[in-house]
Design a protein around this ligand. Structure first.
Ligand SMILES: [Zn+2]
Length: 409
């Protein structure tokens, strides 16, 4: 008989932007995941631990070593549920949760909408590996800094009056016109297309200004040298991020949502990220020039949501499916998944009502057990569990449990 709870082996990758050795939450969690035999090398930057069935870094069944997607394909209705199969029309796990550990800025990026993703996938399948969109959420595990969406137009317009930046305006140094989203698009395009020499000169010009010149965005003078040290003084990403984008600092448990076509660049911290099943990305800054996608393509799809730091925040709300009140839900609009954060105090329990689709759970702290259909499964920091659609789940904590669950229904 097919099982309802599957314990998984999941792996961690290395990227230059990842956190070093055991400073990386992704590496620490992966090193505690049974069956992976993963040992932390303190000299390596560990970036992402993936929990899903995307072929780049898939999860495997601990007991048998089978690829999770292969197991799901043996009985999609049992594992995913009829509702989810009908909704998506395929048996792939529709979402991809990850733990990210970020020591320096990730590439300045956006994830194309479904229409463009399908076009890019057809033209360049090796670079755009699926035809799907990729809305994503990021929940802070530790203090988390990110650039996300655009500042309000008035704020950008005011900053663009700084002498070194006027050259990026469509009207240059001449008299000003009304600053609109189209002006902003022009500014982003011209900042991204600027030569290394221009970027360097503009950044020198900005660094020479008194802090008061930046008005309420007085964090720019301190962020500029940080970004310059991470990449170099000629990276176009610094100008776009500092002048046009919202800079956010999140405390553990706080979350942001990035819609399709939304500009973002994560700067530091450990996060739980969840996205639709896709790996499509357009990069334009905070990466070597050779790795950048076309500025024209990037700017052609750029959306203006969010357009304020507040709009980027995705608040957690009490989860209705929780019987003991120890879970909150992050529910991004228009996406393939919701995310739960569950904290069960020592000696207590939490019962979660059945959902119409599959759940993927990672335990980030504590110890206890999970009971599904009378079967008990140990849960501990680093354990990753796949739970099939339609079953009630009970957690009992012997040591305060912290769990993150991606689900769909
Ligand atoms: Zn992203």
């Amino acid at each position: 008989m097919p099982q309802s709870v599957i314990q998984l082996k999941c792996y961690c990758n290395e990227y230059p932007w990842g956190k070093q050795g055991s400073q990386s939450a992704a590496a620490r969690i992966a090193s505690k995941t049974p069956g992976t035999e993963f040992q932390i090398d303190e000299s390596k930057p560990y970036a992402e631990m993936w929990f899903g069935t995307y072929p780049d870094l898939p999860s495997y069944v601990l007991e048998t070593g089978e690829n999770l997607q292969d197991l799901i394909n043996t009985n999609p209705e049992h594992y995913l549920g009829a509702q989810v199969l009908n909704k998506f029309g395929h048996s792939n796990l529709p979402y991809l949760p990850k733990v990210l550990s970020i020591a320096k800025a990730l590439p300045l990026q956006l994830h194309p909408n479904k229409e463009l993703a399908a076009k890019l996938h057809e033209k360049e399948p090796s670079n755009f590996t699926d035809p799907n969109h990729k809305p994503e959420i990021a929940i802070a595990l530790t203090d988390f800094e990110a650039f996300c969406g655009f500042k309000p137009l008035d704020d950008v317009a005011a900053l663009m009056q700084l002498e070194p930046l006027k050259q990026f305006l469509p009207w240059g140094h001449k008299t000003t016109s009304k600053f609109t989203d189209q002006t902003l698009k022009h500014v982003v395009h011209s900042m991204l297309s600027a030569s290394e020499e221009t970027v360097k000169q503009v950044e020198e010009g900005l660094a020479a200004l008194p802090v008061q010149a930046f008005g309420k965005h007085d964090n720019i003078p301190s962020l500029l040298p940080r970004l310059q040290n991470q990449y170099d003084k000629t990276d176009n990403g610094s100008l776009v991020a500092l002048i046009t984008m919202n800079y956010l600092r999140l405390a553990p448990g706080e979350s942001i949502y990035i819609p399709a076509d939304g500009i973002h660049a994560y700067l530091s911290g450990d996060i739980i990220e969840c996205m639709a099943r896709s790996n499509n990305v357009l990069n334009t800054g905070f990466c070597p020039r050779a790795d950048r996608d076309s500025v024209d393509t990037f700017c052609s799809v750029l959306s203006f949501t969010p357009h304020d730091a507040k709009e980027a925040i995705l608040p957690a709300t009490p989860y209705k499916g929780s019987k003991s009140g120890h879970s909150s839900v992050y529910a991004p609009p228009m996406s393939e998944f919701d995310m739960l954060k569950t904290n069960v105090p020592s000696g207590e329990n939490e019962v979660l009502a059945p959902v119409g689709g599959p759940s993927m759970v990672v335990c980030t702290n504590g110890e206890g057990e999970l009971v599904v259909e009378g079967r008990k499964v140990a849960v501990k920091e680093g354990y990753v569990l796949f739970i099939r659609a339609g079953v009630e789940v009970e957690y009992k904590a012997s040591k305060e449990l912290e769990l993150y669950t991606a689900f769909v229904q």
